[in-house]
Each structure stands twice: as C-alpha cells, then as structure tokens.
Design a protein around this ligand. Structure first.
Ligand SMILES: Cc1cc2nc3c(=O)[nH]c(=O)nc-3n(C[C@H](O)[C@H](O)[C@H](O)COP(=O)(O)O)c2cc1C
Length: 188
C-alpha cells in the first residue's frame, strides 16, 4: 500500500476477532510511533503494553465507572452492566496505553500533546499495514486515579491521553471527510 492508501483506508475499529496480537507487531507499531515529529525532541510519549493481569485490573475500573454512570450500586441493573463491561473490556485482544510526560511550560505541553497525537497516528497506520485495527479511546478509564495507581504513575507528571484498543478487525465501518476544497482557502 502507498502511504496515501494506508492513510485513507485506515478506520477506527470497534470490533475485533479473538485472534491474539503478536508482541512483535506491537513493537513494530511502537517503533513507528516513536519516530513521530516532536518539537525540541522532547520525546514526550510513554507507553504501557498491558498483560492479562493488568487488563483484568483495568476491566474492573472500566466496569465500575460505566455501571456507576448508569445505575445505582448494589442493584441488579448495576451488576448486569458491570459484568457485561468486564466481559467487553476483557475481550479486547490487546491494549496499549499512551501517556504524555507533562511539561511545566503550557506551550511545551500543547506541543507535546500534538507530538503524542502524531505518535498515535503513526502507531495506528503501522497497525493498519499489519492488518490490525485500532480504536483510540479517551474514555473514563484513562482519567481514573485507580488506573494511575495500578500503573504506579503520578498523574501530576504524566497524563494518559489514549487507550489504544487493538486486534484483528471483525468488521470495518465507513467514515467520510469533507472535500479538501471545503476546508481550505487558497490565497494568491
Ligand atoms: C483525540 C481523539 C480521541 C478519540 N477518542 C475516542 C473515544 O473515546 N472513543 C471512540 O470510540 N473513538 C475515539 N476516537 C476515534 C474517532 O472517533 C474516530 O477517529 C472518528 O470517528 C473518525 O473515524 P476514523 O478514525 O475511522 O476515520 C478518538 C480520536 C481522537 C483523535
């Protein structure tokens, strides 16, 4: 695939087969990620590749926050939402968390977020070429202090900016974009 074909054909993927994701594929995606542009070469990104124990821990954090939003604790509805959420999270073949090392300077911080976003896109494109789909999630699990505790990181020093859910796509949806002319002003 040409780079343009890879960019245009890549879609966020929300449903995965149960096929395992090989460690070497993740390393290839991470290798692509770290070559993202980053101002002053701050290399602000950090990655956590979850194993099954950590995924199980985060599944309960995910389920708890999801169920609390939708039902009263200790009700049957809560338990049902909780159990389904644990199952859903556990079914994700592989999860990589992405963090940004926080810089005290707000301009640097903004630029570092941009760099981390470039790294995530590199990661997604490398995954797509390997036949893997990724969903970049910014859901509540990465805001939850229990996640920081589980990973043993300080939320004053690192912000988690994405949970990358990945696996072999079970199905790929469609997405569209406005034509370039609609979002571009050509000047003399
Ligand atoms: C910063 C950022 C945060 C995102 N967070 C979520 C999210 O929390 N949940 C989700 O389903 N998709 C999330 N996405 C994926 C977008 O929804 C997706 O890119 C968009 O729908 C366009 O689809 P495409 O990636 O297939 O082109 C996020 C994307 C970005 C760039």
């Amino acid at each position: 695939m040409s780079i343009l074909q890879t960019i245009k054909s890549r879609r966020s993927v929300y449903q995965f087969t149960s096929a395992p994701v090989k460690a070497k594929w993740i390393d290839q995606c991470l290798e692509a990620a770290i070559w993202a542009p980053n101002h002053k070469v701050t290399e602000p990104w950090r990655f956590w590749v979850l194993g099954s124990d950590m995924q199980a821990t985060l599944a309960h954090i995910y389920a708890d926050s999801r169920a609390k939003k939708r039902a009263d604790p200790k009700t049957d509805a809560f338990n049902e939402i909780y159990d389904k959420a644990v199952f859903k999270f556990q079914a994700i073949p592989k999860i990589v968390l992405v963090g940004q090392v926080l810089n005290a300077d707000p301009v640097m911080c903004k630029e570092d977020y941009a760099a981390c976003s470039c790294a995530i896109q590199n990661f997604q494109l490398a995954a797509w070429e390997l036949g893997l789909g990724v969903q970049w999630s910014t859901g509540p699990v990465i805001q939850d202090e229990r996640t920081f505790n589980a990973l043993q990181i300080d939320s004053n020093q690192v912000e988690l900016i994405g949970a990358l859910y990945m696996g072999k796509p079970a199905c790929v949806g469609e997405s569209g974009r406005k034509p370039v002319e609609k979002v571009t002003t050509y000047l003399d």
